[in-house]
Design a protein around this ligand. Structure first.
Ligand SMILES: C[S@@+](CC[C@H](N)C(=O)[O-])C[C@H]1O[C@@H](n2cnc3c(N)ncnc32)[C@H](O)[C@@H]1O
Length: 381
């Protein structure tokens, strides 16, 4: 009855029917699930989350529920971030993250389960059933962690294996030489870089920084200078964000840069500017002696990134804003940031199509095919 009402657009009656069903049989996952979907469609994200959590507690094996819950990040999206933007309570997102992590962690176990079932069935002589069980096991990709880590890790498809795998395949088809982000920081810092007008390149042509990222850098500079005061940028690169920061009224502007060639460029750039402090170290060796800041940007390209995200809370002053560069909303980053207790919103900055390059494929497109750069913005309350 509830489904019929919902299909006919009679949402209040649908809600009443599903509530009645849930009351009569509190273990009825379907009733709770349908209520959650109704709440979500009517913009009641908090109530939807409550219901999704209920369904997960009743039926933890329904992967689409983990997916729906993960998608609550949508509730954190703002059209355009500014100083008046209200940050949302993180507790719902934290539950979504924990649930998604459970779903990911459960997958290798699933594969084992199918395989074990197959073996049992084989021993019993039920060969065709065993075949089906083995087939199910092989459908679960072996390199799942990698898939999620490198390309499939958007929060938009948590728990959605098919989506993650197809995304991974598309990426591999476009860039068969892509080997993930495994560039060691140690070897990078000793590498001879080439600087052109529009790029910084490694000897093998790998791009460290590109001119086309300018709009993302300029928007990020606008965000982190919102409070004025003391601003930190980690990773000087092509001076794009630092030049943008200079256009705002800040008291001090600290730049951490570790590559000796880039440090020389940074010092030359800073010569005719005031209030700039260049810290020529790896951020790992620098952050103990600096801060706190009113605004922080982080973009080193090289891993490790997550340890910096974890430090961001201590590096910020009250009210301070932090954002960092990433091509797509990456689950691991959201997860790391959730533990910092900073408040969070997401802006998907519209982005003009750019020339083809190795990173471009990771930018998000909306339903009409327009590109956007996902900016996760954090503030210390
Ligand atoms: C992608 S570029 C930054 C681009 C910059 N946001 C801009 O607007 O031009 C990354 C920079 O981080 C620097 N870097 C890499 N690892 C670092 C580390 N551990 N500490 C400090 N800087 C680092 C690199 O040398 C490089 O200059």
């Amino acid at each position: 009855m509830g489904a019929l009402h919902a299909e006919a657009g009679r949402f209040e009656s649908a809600e009443a029917s599903f509530c009645k069903a849930a009351l009569e049989d509190p273990t009825c996952s379907e009733a709770h699930f349908n209520l959650a979907v109704l709440f979500l469609e009517n913009g009641k994200a908090d109530r939807a989350i409550e219901k999704f959590i209920k369904v997960i507690s009743l039926s933890p094996d329904i992967s689409s529920v983990h997916k729906e819950l993960g998608e609550t990040i949508i509730a954190y999206e703002v059209p355009h971030f500014d100083s008046k933007t209200e940050f949302k309570d993180m507790s719902a997102l934290n539950s979504a993250i924990a649930s998604y992590r459970d779903a990911i962690d459960a997958i290798p176990i699933l594969r084992e389960c199918h395989r074990n079932i197959g073996e049992v069935l084989m021993k019993k002589g039920q060969y065709s059933e065993a075949d089906t069980a083995f087939a199910k096991a092989t459908k679960i990709p072996h390199d799942l962690q990698e898939v999620f880590h490198n390309v499939g890790a958007t929060i938009h498809c948590p728990g959605n294996l098919n989506n993650a795998v197809s995304m991974h395949r598309t990426v591999m088809a476009h860039a068969p030489d892509y080997e993930g982000d495994e560039i060691s920081e140690q070897s990078y810092l000793k590498t001879n870089l080439t600087f052109t007008d529009s790029e910084i390149l490694l000897p093998d042509g790998f791009e460290v920084m590109m001119e086309w990222e300018r709009p993302i850098m300029e928007r990020s500079a606008e965000m982190i200078t919102m409070n004025g005061g003391d601003v930190l940028n980690v990773g000087f690169g092509m001076a794009i964000i630092d030049t943008a920061i200079q256009a705002y009224d800040v008291s001090t502007h600290t730049i951490i840069e570790a590559h000796p060639q880039v440090v020389r460029k940074a010092r030359a750039w800073a010569r005719d500017k005031n209030g700039i402090n260049i810290v020529a170290k790896r951020w790992q060796d620098a952050i103990g002696d600096i801060g706190p800041f009113d605004g922080i940007y982080f973009d080193t390209l090289m891993p490790p990134m997550i340890p910096f995200l974890r430090e961001s809370y201590d590096l910020l002053k009250k009210g301070g804003v932090f954002t960092f560069f990433q091509m797509m909303v990456q689950f691991e980053n959201i997860e790391a940031m959730a533990n910092t207790e900073l408040n969070f919103v997401l802006e998907r900055m519209p982005f003009k199509a750019v020339e083809k390059n190795r990173y471009y494929r990771l930018l998000e497109t909306d339903s009409s095919g327009h590109y956007s750069a996902p900016l996760l913005i954090y503030r210390k309350s």
